[in-house]
Every structure is written in structure tokens, then in C-alpha cells.
Ligand binder design. Structure first.
Ligand code: ADP
Length: 541
């Protein structure tokens, strides 16, 4: 027997319809690429998204066509995402911080037919366009007054392009499993791989990640997504916030401490989301200028491990709750958020920090398990750790064009490439990436734990740990350190600082100072490059 409820497909345009109709006056405030702050509303964004869809159709874009975006977080980027998906076309966010050749490779692999480009990236795309034969037109996300002279093919200013149509348009009608968006993983091994989100997966994900124990945002909140829309589906905030009717503050191209602080303070932001490096910059700026954060209640920190010291400082000095989060492009992207369940709500001191340091628990719709090398499921006892496997309606089932072959196990679980433990309350703790874990004498050492500990040393600005081949132990940890300006931490001093805080056999065999540690385009430590750099390194003695 079938249920007798209505068939109401889960489509992205319905999200902006909802926001436009029921939260129509709520503001979206952006730092524009041109400079000034621009305020608009959900109802205006909806009207412009309808025009984007109508205008794209006039340019020959059809169901399933990919439209690339190379853009910061602004209202225009939002309008573009909703307009593209409203037509049944597919937004494809490109990360401008990748190597130009990689951007071209990805755009060609995705077969992008059109590009929507911020002013910042016009010179980049001018250099690349010869390598992008499939792109028929470049829409520059600006108005006529700010439109530069450009050689970009069929270039037009967004506002001029939009002015050619009105908003009398009906959203496309198609199946909820239709592709809505694409985002490539940065491809630390092999070529980048395309993750293809559907309307259904984006809607379900956005609903579940806004539960009270997750983002938990309401219409009275003001959210600032610092995480760029081109990182891992923009942590889905472009859908979650309009769904909840939450005011959005978009930082545009400026993500330095002063610019972020200005927006947080002026627009009384209550919730924000970004990778740890952004918050480290902000904390430094606040300290240097003796500033506080009276409006900010919570901040979601993820993408790489959030150091304990950051969580502690946010709470003790600024009264802000850090929600540590874990996810990946393949998961739409959120997997877990660390909010406190009743079982751990009353913890204090180190026990509290120990929980806050985990990446938390999953929302409904994310299933997780950990397995050993033979595929046997491991205990959820907070001690055993193994490969973290995930399953759910917003988890990738395959990569675009079948890259990487079958990526699921026999039970439909996806291997995250992370090594983790899960405790009896469901709190997951990332131990390492499976490629980065250090294998010493048949046991594993977490490079992440060592790095987090080392950055607590007063003279250490950044730390990375890699495994170096060892004749007896297979691999041993080498600690690579970027000192704070004007400091020169001694090897023995750093090791003495770590002593007693980790098992003896986890202690790095050596410490090397460097000026800089290589990073990926998403701001993570690039372990492959670092291992290359220390290929010839041998431990003393
Ligand atoms: P990319 O690999 O392209 O940079 P992803 O955002 O998909 O982009 O990376 C996902 C990976 O980032 C995860 O598999 C995990 O290794 C790491 N990661 C994400 N959040 C955390 C976190 N809170 N702590 C530790 N590692 C994290």
C-alpha cells in the first residue's frame, strides 16, 4: 500500500520561493567586489533568480547544462545559484585558488558552457579562456558602470545581461534527482573528481543540518558564511539560511581580521562559519585591538582540525561557543557537528575540552561506522580507531563520469579516507587522514594530535607532522614548525613542552624550523608537498 500524500519534489527553487514569500524582507548584506556594502532581501533575490533563469534560457542554456561560477560570497552569487538551478541547469563552483591549469582541467571536465565571473577573476579567466573552448559566454558579476574592458568571449556585465528580461518566468519542472550543483574535490591524489549534488540531496542536507543540535539557526539570527561558496558546496549555507529565513552577511572578497570584524560588529552577526585559519586571523586582530564580540553566539569551525586553544579562547575571552564540525565535499558537505548532548552537557575543564575537540555527532541522514583493514566494524568505545565509512542521501554515490570507479563498499558505504574513533555517545574524533597517519612499529600515530599540541607552544605559529622512513620502526614522526615572527624555538624546548601530554612513543624524533608550510587551495596543510620537500631527510644518528 502506498501513502496518499502529495508528490512535492524537493527542488532548490522551492527554497528561495519560501524565503521570498515568508521571509521576504529579511536582508542579505554583502561586501561587494566593487567595494561598497550592498543590501538586498530574499524577495529581491528571488525575483532576480527568476530573471537569471529566464536570461540563461535565452542564451540557450538547458536542463543539465553546467554553468561555472568563479566568485566570492555575494548576493549576486546567490542569485546565480538559484537562477541556474531554477532552470534545471547545474551550478559548478570553481575554486580560484587552484592552479590555473587545474581550473581549466576541471572546467573542461565538467563541460561548463557559460562562466559567471567576479571582477577579481577577470584577468585570470582572460589568461585561461584559450584553454576553455566549450565556454560560450562570460558574464561578469558587476554592473555597466564597473564593467572593465575585457577580451573575454561574449563578455557582458551581469546587470546589463539581466536587464534584458523581466521576472515573469516559471521555474523548470523536473525530477528531484536532477543534478543541481557540482564541486570538485581538490584531488590530493590523482585528478580532481567531480561531486554532483542533486536537488533532493541539497534540500535534505540543508534541512537536517539546521536541526537545533546542528547549525540551529532561526529567522532572528544573522549568519555570516565566511566559508566561500566555492568550498565544498559552501557548507550548504546558501540553502540552509534562506530555508530558515536567517539574515545573511556575505563577506565578499575580504576575509582579513579587520574586514571580518567590521561586518560581525556592524551587522550584529550571531552565527558564523569558517575554517580555523580565518578564526586565527580574527583572534589575532581582536587581541591586537582590544576588541570584543558582544553579538556573536556561536561559530562553526571545520574543514581542518580546530585547535583546543581556539575553542578555549573563544569561550573564555569572547563568550562564543565553538561548534567543531567535520565534513567533506562528497558529503554536501556536513558530516558531524560538536554540540553538547545531555550526557556531556555538564562536563567542565579538560573533560569539556576533550569533547569539544571531537568533531561531534551526525545529524539524522548521516550514517557512520569505523572499520579495520579487513572491513570488520570496530567498537564505538571511543578508543578503537579505523577507516571512517559514511552513508546517506546526501553522500556521493559516484564521481562525475565514473572517475574512480565504484566508490562504495558492498553495503553502500563511502570510504572517507579519514581515520576516526566513535565514542558510546556517538561523538566522532578524527585521528588523521589515512594517508597521513604515521605507522610506527605496527601502531598508528596521529599527525593531527601532534600538530594540535605543538601549536600550543608560545613560539610556534604553525606545525605539521609527517612520517619519515625509519629502519626499525617503519616510520617515525618529524615535526615541522613555522616559528612566530622573531622567535626561534629550540628543538628540545618544543619536545619538552610536548612531554607528558602524549604517549612517549608518539614523541617526534626531530623538530625542523621552516619559513613556510605548503597549503592546498582549500587552506589545508599539503602533506604530499611537505613529504616531497623532506624526501631526502634522515633522522640524526
Ligand atoms: P579538499 O580535500 O578538497 O580540501 P574537503 O573539504 O572535501 O576538501 O576535505 C575533507 C577532508 O577535510 C576530510 O576528509 C578531513 O580529512 C578534513 N577535515 C574536515 N573537517 C575536519 C575537522 N574538523 N578536523 C579534521 N579534519 C577535517
Amino acid at each position: 500500500m502506498l501513502g496518499l500524500m502529495q508528490d512535492w519534489p524537493l527542488l532548490i527553487p522551492k527554497v528561495i520561493d519560501h524565503a521570498g514569500l515568508y521571509h521576504g524582507n529579511r536582508k542579505v548584506i554583502s561586501r561587494s567586489v566593487e567595494g561598497p556594502i550592498v543590501e538586498t532581501t530574499y524577495s529581491a533575490i528571488r525575483r532576480n533568480a527568476l530573471r537569471v533563469a529566464k536570461r540563461l534560457e535565452k542564451d540557450g542554456i538547458r536542463l543539465g547544462d553546467r554553468v561555472g561560477t568563479v566568485a566570492w560570497n555575494t548576493w549576486r552569487h546567490l542569485e546565480a545559484w538559484y537562477g541556474i538551478t531554477g532552470l534545471g541547469a547545474v551550478y559548478h563552483t570553481l575554486n580560484p585558488r587552484l592552479f590555473p591549469e587545474q581550473i581549466a582541467w576541471i572546467a573542461n571536465h565538467a563541460e561548463d558552457r557559460m562562466m559567471m565571473v567576479d571582477l577579481t577573476f577577470v584577468p585570470l579567466m582572460e589568461k585561461l579562456q584559450d584553454k576553455l573552448p566549450l565556454v560560450e559566454r562570460y558574464v561578469v558579476l558587476t554592473d555597466a558602470a564597473n564593467m572593465p574592458q575585457t577580451s573575454l568571449k561574449n563578455a557582458v556585465a551581469y546587470e546589463t545581461w539581466l536587464d534584458e528580461v523581466d521576472d515573469d518566468f516559471a521555474w523548470g519542472s523536473f525530477d528531484e534527482n536532477t543534478a543541481a550543483g557540482m564541486c570538485y574535490t581538490s584531488g590530493t591524489t590523482g585528478n580532481p573528481k567531480g561531486v554532483v549534488y542533486s536537488h533532493r540531496s541539497n534540500v535534505i542536507h540543508s534541512l537536517t543540518v539546521n536541526g537545533p543540535d546542528m547549525f540551529g539557526m532561526a529567522s532572528k539570527d544573522v549568519i555570516m558564511p565566511v566559508v566561500p561558496m566555492f568550498h565544498a558546496n559552501g557548507w550548504s549555507l546558501a540553502f540552509t539560511a534562506p530555508m530558515a529565513g536567517t539574515t545573511m552577511v556575505m563577506p565578499g572578497p575580504k576575509m582579513d581580521g579587520a574586514s571580518i570584524y567590521e561586518l560581525l560588529d556592524t551587522y550584529k552577526v550571531t552565527l558564523s562559519a569558517a575554517v580555523p585559519t580565518v578564526w586565527l586571523m580574527l583572534l589575532q586582530y581582536l587581541e591586537q585591538n582590544g576588541l570584543k564580540l558582544p553579538h556573536l553566539g556561536k561559530t562553526v569551525i571545520g574543514g581542518s582540525a580546530c585547535p583546543r586553544a581556539v575553542t578555549e579562547k573563544f569561550r573564555d575571552v569572547y563568550g562564543v561557543e565553538v561548534l567543531h564540525a567535520w565534513g567533506m565535499t562528497e558529503m554536501s558537505p556536513l558530516g558531524t557537528i560538536c554540540s553538547l548532548k545531555p550526557e556531556v552537557a555538564n562536563l567542565t575543564g579538560d573533560a569539556w575540552l576533550d569533547i569539544k575537540e571531537t568533531t561531534g555527532h551526525p545529524p539524522f541522514s548521516v550514517e557512520m561506522k569505523i572499520i579495520d583493514d579487513e572491513g570488520t566494524e570496530l567498537a564505538r568505545d571511543g578508543k578503537a580507531f579505523g577507516r571512517l565509512m559514511v552513508r546517506g542521501p546526501a553522500v556521493a554515490g559516484a564521481y562525475f563520469k565514473g572517475e574512480g570507479g565504484n566508490i562504495l563498499d558492498d553495503n553502500g558505504f563511502f570510504d572517507t579516507g579519514d581515520v576516526a574513533s566513535i565514542d558510546p555517545n556517538g561523538y566522532m574524533r578524527i585521528v588523521d587522514r589515512s594517508k597521513d597517519v604515521i605507522k610506527s612499529g605496527g601502531e598508528w600515530i596521529s599527525s593531527i594530535d601532534l600538530e594540535n599540541l605543538a601549536v600550543g607552544h608560545p613560539d610556534v605559529a604553525e606545525a605539521a607532522v609527517i612520517g619519515i622512513a625509519h629502519p626499525k620502526w617503519d616510520e617515525r614522526p618529524l615535526l615541522v614548525v613555522v616559528p612566530k615572527p622573531g622567535r626561534q624555538p629550540a628543538r628540545d624546548g618544543v619536545l619538552a613542552y610536548m612531554d607528558g601530554k602524549i604517549a612517549k612513543w608518539w614523541m617526534p624524533d626531530d623538530v625542523v624550523l621552516v619559513d613556510e608550510i605548503p597549503h592546498t587551495a582549500t587552506g589545508k596543510i599539503q602533506k604530499t608537498a611537505l613529504r616531497d620537500q623532506f624526501k631526502a631527510y634522515r633522522f640524526p644518528g
